[in-house]
Design a protein around this ligand. Structure first.
Ligand SMILES: Nc1ncnc2c1ncn2[C@@H]1O[C@H](COP(=O)(O)OP(=O)(O)OP(=O)(O)O)[C@@H](O)[C@H]1O
Length: 715
């Protein structure tokens, strides 16, 4: 449970079961009225002075809703896209279900209170429920974008489908030949020892076997080639989607994200090969049963019964596998995430001696995964063994029934043998069908996960609808901007109005976690505001082509990331610059010294994740990228936090030189020396602007920090 505002809950804030029941229903979590009323009365003792969120968590645990988390905050910090919530109004907890602009609709125990002005709720406590998304229904999964993406690729060219179906039909029809061969041999050759007939039949069978081999080979080749094409197209599409994800909408666990990327694998295999054979073979079951009926009469009933039993068995097994598949895949992603985190943070883990903690976590996850995998393997193998046994039973039963038919004179020995051979062809697709049902849940879970990935919003549409104006005025305006991270209802940025004009040199100050970096990312068009607009030169930044933004805005992140390659390729990350310009910037920032220190100079090798350079050197590379890009708006997040005094001075001088008089410079920092660059200071606190003005004015209001900064500015 999270509590962001530290509200204490007197008895007056007791949550009534009627209101809570309605809220849970809105989240698709129905709870029996009696159980909820009892939980509400027992979990909210009169004399206890506990937080409303704690009360609510207690109630939810009592009614077995353990997956639900509760966050308590004030209305003013709530991101209204997360409605419905419980809000304290008029002496009771009410449901705020939807609101537009300045009003919100509330409903309490006695019914709807109608629209209430938002201004009345400013300081009201709010309880928000974080609910896990429920299992998608089969229909939903098939309609999902992940399944559509696969099907679209698989069915893009239908010619292969026709070819595979024709090959499958031919293979199955040829199978009939072997049963007819046996029938003829037993009924005609054996009684008379007619070797000429046997020779003719054998030659015919040899041709059938050869054609069968060829068709199967061609069919496998077609499907494999298709699988390769689908894989190429789908994985590319997924990669581009993940690359274009809106940064603020990305899942927090990068390892899990990487694992989800490969989640399409089982689904791809399912759609592009297995299902094609199995589905194409299945109708032939009925054809073979029909043929058995034609040759052996009642013998076919044995195989019909087998078909029904095997399908029911598969259906039951698949039900059991559903829960296991989900848990196995989720744990798998967690394990992948842990591995990525462990590799990335190896230094910290070893320095803190925390290896045992990670090892323990790894063991726990692996053990849980192993247990689930064992259970699901047991079910799968039992299902397969059962199908095999059912096949043997059917064979025996067919012979027994066949003998009675032979006795009655309805069937010949050769006919009975032909029936059992055809029976074998009935069993094979049934076994495959059962396996398919078993696999289905794995596929469904993978699709659901990939779907969640595809459902994540991408940054900007790539349909050419974005604007690319040739000229833009040098202005950056934030109007009514409010921002909350996804999966959190807490507003981290609330800026009614913030304007930056040409020539502004702004230093952004404020305590840790007050929202400086978030503001820079929103201003850079990396994070999309939940409400309000960021305007670059008068145009909404989210309607501008990303190339226009990249040309105009330069953003230096707090943590500089370097990529595998060379020092030069990392400096030129954003695009080409002449060698002369590169050398000029390298000299200006002191990067030439890094190169001079190395025998390979600018070709100095950088490993994955930027290993090979010190923290300060990495920061210099990040700055150099910006100096090479020469943007109109410079957004720098802690640009000198890892630099020594000399380098910091050099950067200050370089910025003085490189930032043109009409450019906008915005620096978030805790380093007072950077204030020498500023003609304006903004002070932030809890996502809001507390003070904004000339450095001397703002810093006077900040006694301790201010005095130091004023001296620096005056220096
Ligand atoms: N990816 C994220 N998901 C959820 N919350 C986040 C995320 N990143 C930051 N926050 C929260 O947003 C708030 C503002 O963070 P931000 O990084 O903007 O602070 P800051 O002022 O730059 O801090 P610092 O001076 O330490 O760099 C913090 O309370 C932080 O916990």
């Amino acid at each position: 449970m999270a509590n962001s505002d530290g509200l204490k809950g007197p008895q007056a804030t007791a949550i009534t079961s009627g209101v809570l029941g309605k809220l849970l229903l809105m989240h698709g979590l129905p709870v029996p009225k009696g159980a909820l009323a009892e939980a509400c009365s027992t979990m909210q003792p009169e004399d206890a002075d506990i937080l409303p969120a704690e009360r609510l968590m207690g109630i939810l645990r009592t009614v077995q809703k353990n997956g639900v988390q509760v966050v308590q905050l004030r209305w003013s910090r709530l991101d209204r896209r997360h409605l419905p919530v419980l809000v304290w109004h008029g002496g009771e907890w009410q449901i705020a279900s939807h609101g537009s602009g300045r009003v919100v609709t509330l409903a309490g125990e006695k019914g709807s209170a109608g629209p209430v002005p938002v201004a009345e709720l400013e300081d009201a406590p709010v309880l928000w429920l974080q609910v896990e998304t429920p299992d998608p229904a089969v229909g939903e999964v098939l309609k999902s974008s992940a399944a559509q993406l696969l099907l679209q690729e698989v069915l893009q060219e239908k010619r292969w489908l026709v070819e595979v179906l024709i090959a499958t039909a031919a293979v199955n029809l040829l199978a009939v030949a072997s049963s007819l061969f046996s029938m003829q041999v037993y009924d005609r050759v054996v009684p008379t020892m007619a070797y000429t007939t046997l020779t003719a039949l054998s030659v015919g069978m040899a041709i059938v076997v050869a054609v069968d081999w060829m068709l199967k080979h061609i069919r496998a080749r077609i499907v494999d080639t298709l699988a390769k094409q689908v894989d190429l197209a789908v994985s590319q599409r997924l990669f581009e989607h993940v690359m274009g994800l809106r940064l603020d909408a990305r899942p927090r666990s990068l390892g899990s994200l990487a694992a989800q990327m490969s989640g399409l694998e089982p689904a791809r295999g399912f759609f592009s090969s297995t299902i094609v054979f199995a589905l194409a073979d299945l109708p032939f079951c009925l054809l073979f049963i029909g043929l058995i009926a034609a040759i052996g009469g009642r013998v076919s009933i044995v195989y019909l019964v087998l078909l029904v039993i095997a399908l029911v068995w598969g259906w039951v097994a698949q039900k059991q596998l559903r829960r296991l598949a989900r848990q196995e895949i989720t744990r798998g992603h967690e394990r992948h995430g842990l591995l990525v985190e462990m590799i990335q943070g190896a230094e910290t883990i070893q320095a803190a001696g925390a290896g045992w903690r990670f090892a323990e976590l790894w063991r726990t996850i692996t053990a849980t995964m192993g247990a689930h995998a064992l259970q699901s393997r047991t079910i799968t193998s039992t299902t397969l063994t059962t199908t095999g046994t059912l096949g043997t039973l059917a064979y025996v039963a067919a012979i027994v029934v066949g003998v009675t038919r032979i006795e009655a004179g309805d069937l010949t020995t050769g006919g009975l043998i032909a029936c059992t051979i055809l029976g074998g062809r009935v069993i094979a697709p049934i076994a495959q069908g059962v396996q398919l049902q078993v696999q289905w849940y794995h596929v469904r879970e993978s699709l659901a996960m990939v779907n969640r990935l595809l459902a994540l919003e991408t940054g900007r549409p790539e349909d050419g609808s974005l604007l690319a104006p040739e000229t833009l005025t040098d202005r950056l305006d934030l109007e009514g901007v409010r921002f909350a991270y996804p999966n959190s209802p807490v507003m981290r940025l609330q800026l009614p109005e913030l304007h930056f004009a040409a020539g502004d040199r702004v230093v952004l100050l404020g305590p840790n976690g007050c929202g400086k970096s978030t503001l820079l990312k929103v201003a850079a068009g990396l994070y999309r505001p939940s409400e309000g607009q960021v305007r670059l030169g008068g145009a909404d930044i989210w309607e501008l082509d990303s190339q226009v933004i990249n040309e105009r805005i330069g953003y230096l992140p707090q943590d500089i990331h370097l990529f595998k390659g060379t020092l030069k390729s990392n400096l030129l990350l954003g695009g080409g610059a002449s060698d002369g310009k590169l050398l000029e910037v390298a000299q200006l920032l002191g990067i030439d010294r890094i190169a001079a220190d190395n025998p390979r100079s600018m070709e100095l090798e950088i490993s994955e994740g930027g290993t090979g350079l010190s923290g300060g050197q990495r920061q210099l590379v990040g700055l150099a990228r910006l100096f090479l890009a020469q943007p109109r708006v410079w957004l720098l997040d802690e640009p000198t936090s890892s630099l020594d005094l000399e380098s910091e001075n050099r950067i200050i001088e370089a910025l003085r030189e490189a930032v043109r008089p009409t450019d906008i410079l915005l620096i978030a920092t805790h380093r007072p020396r950077l204030a020498v660059l500023a003609n304006r200071v903004i002070l932030m606190g809890r996502g809001r602007v507390i003070a904004d003005g000339k450095p001397e004015e703002v810093l006077q209001q900040q006694p301790r920090r201010g005095r130091r900064l004023v001296q620096t500015v005056g220096a």
